[in-house]
Design a protein around this ligand. Structure first.
Ligand SMILES: N[C@@H](CCC(=O)N[C@@H](CS)C(=O)NCC(=O)O)C(=O)O
Length: 219
């Protein structure tokens, strides 16, 4: 059955687009845009956005992505991907309980240990107008992420993928979170096995198609 994805691809909805393309899950995309990208999100002619009452009924947190699968509504991008991967089953999803534990573990690791710092790098090295950037915040985030990259690098030494010997939702979720740290090339340079694995993730046709769709959207 077709699932409905709420969120433009220039958001964390990218993660769900990649997963659906990778797993061959049919999806309809409702391009809910971030309210902060609109001058007056509540104006009568504003596009559907994260502050629109119609979207807040779906996700009262006012954040994209959200997913509808029949009567089920889910929010939180990495949890949505874990759900869809289990629905699709192996190879993208876990083949057994141990793999389920590992894919969940790595996804929580990315959400709690990596993403907050990666967001500082993204905002203070690229996203914010130059006058609003605080280089010290980006530098502190790089310092905080260096040991996390070292952990990932050690895990990937001699391995192609994070869990089992195939590309799974764990690789996809972690690669998407690390993309937000992309403006800190020094982290990748110090972790060659992370760089090798990251390049392999981003060479996948489903990733390239997701990026093509993302770049086709207005900036
Ligand atoms: N932990 C949430 C974070 C979702 C989130 O922060 N989404 C951003 C877009 S990537 C958003 O909707 N922001 C609303 C806005 O900026 O107006 C998840 O992973 O789904």
């Amino acid at each position: 059955m077709t699932v409905t994805l709420y969120g433009v691809t220039r958001s964390r909805a990218s993660r769900i687009v990649w997963l659906c393309l990778e797993a061959g899950i049919p999806f309809e995309q409702v391009p809910v845009i971030q309210a902060r990208r609109i001058a007056d999100p509540l104006a009568a002619d504003a596009p559907l956005n994260t502050k629109s009452p119609r979207f807040l009924e779906i996700n009262p947190n006012g954040l994209v992505p959200a997913l509808r699968d029949g009567d089920l509504v889910l929010v939180e991008s990495l949890a949505i991907n874990l759900y869809l991967a289990k629905k699709a089953g192996a190879p993208i999803g876990p083949a057994d309980l141990a793999e389920d534990g590992q894919t969940t573990m790595w996804s929580f690791w990315a959400a709690t240990e990596v993403e907050p710092h990666a967001m500082h790098i993204l905002f203070h090295r690229g996203y914010l107008p130059v006058a609003e950037r605080e280089p010290a915040k980006a530098e502190a985030a790089v310092q905080a992420l260096a040991p996390k990259f070292a952990v990932l690098d050690a895990h990937l030494a001699g391995r192609d993928w994070l869990v089992a010997d195939r590309f799974t939702v764990a690789d996809l979720n972690i690669a998407e979170v690390l993309r937000y740290a992309g403006m800190a090339p020094e982290l990748f340079a110090a972790a060659p096995d992370v760089q090798r694995w990251y390049d392999a993730c981003q060479a996948r046709p489903a990733f390239l198609e997701m990026m093509r769709r993302r770049e086709a959207e207005p900036a």
